[in-house]
Design a protein around this ligand. Structure first.
Ligand SMILES: C[S@@+](CC[C@H](N)C(=O)[O-])C[C@H]1O[C@@H](n2cnc3c(N)ncnc32)[C@H](O)[C@@H]1O
Length: 251
């Protein structure tokens, strides 16, 4: 496990990392190790509980079947993996994350009847699975942290069976600059209060609005999916603040 550093040692250069001017992964790993223990609580408070609803909707869209083999990349504390596991009850569900501290909590909160869900430590940009080994791949609220989204898309495409689909849910870049600014301001303010109360540092959650600002957005991601070989779809919701990107690997 990574030892959390004290808040006073929070790495500088957040913007440089998010803009890919310096290596981003160490900063992302540090942030999630720092917030891991209170990640679920922080998520519930900052999204006012809505993140679960948005994840459930994505799982519905993915039309998972009981016998499906599903990979949930960057699974964190396993929310989406377990939602998927509740449907793919006769299949196989694998959650992967690069951060052992986040995945440790997924093991801790494993609900009863979820023995078919397993967790594997892995970088989404270099997946330790055979070609064509999954029917579906899911990813929630993680893409903004990937150092190389295109490398992840290539890996997802490789591990999917022909006809298989990838579903990605994340914050989006809304068409209205005012909505964009307003939501990031809410996240900055609520994140500062929460960061202070839960972690003793007001900038603990600054990663969220800053990474939203740096994110090239759901339409950019859709275009990258097409380049990698997916038939891509996109649905925006919540005033364009959330987006479901989907990609089908052609037969
Ligand atoms: C905001 S959390 C989302 C967790 C979970 N999917 C959810 O919706 O609650 C982002 C996760 O992405 C993981 N992550 C970041 N970079 C990664 C990478 N290159 N490969 C795999 N996981 C990564 C982080 O460790 C973290 O657990």
């Amino acid at each position: 496990m990574n030892e959390p550093r004290p808040a006073s040692e929070m790495p500088s250069g957040l913007r440089e990392a998010l803009e890919h001017k310096v290596d981003k992964q160490p900063l992302v790993d540090w942030i999630f190790t720092r917030v891991a223990d209170k990640y679920d609580l922080g998520n519930d408070i900052m999204s006012l509980g809505w993140h679960t609803r948005w994840k459930r909707r994505m799982v519905e869209y993915a039309a998972i079947q009981p016998g499906d083999r599903v990979l949930d990349i960057a699974c964190g504390t396993g929310d989406t993996s377990f939602m998927v596991g509740g449907i793919a009850t006769e299949g196989e569900v694998v959650g992967t994350d690069i951060n052992a501290d986040m995945m440790r909590l997924a093991e801790v909160k494993r609900p009863p009847g979820m023995d078919h869900v397993r967790f594997v430590l892995a970088d989404a940009g270099s997946l330790p699975f055979e070609d064509a080994s999954f029917d579906k791949v899911t990813c929630t609220y993680a893409g903004r942290g990937f150092p190389d989204w295109v490398a992840v898309l290539r890996e997802v495409h490789r591990v999917l069976v022909p006809g298989g689909t990838f579903w990605n849910l994340d914050f989006a870049r809304p068409p209205s600059a005012f909505v964009d600014w307003g939501y990031r301001t809410w996240l900055t303010g609520s994140g500062a209060v929460l960061g202070t109360v839960l972690h003793g540092h007001p900038k603990t959650y600054i990663y969220i609005p800053e990474s939203m600002r740096a994110y090239k957005g759901q339409r950019w991601l859709r275009d990258r999916m097409v380049e990698v070989g997916f038939e891509a779809g996109l649905e925006e919701t919540f005033l364009g603040l959330m987006a479901y990107n989907s990609g089908t690997k052609p037969e």
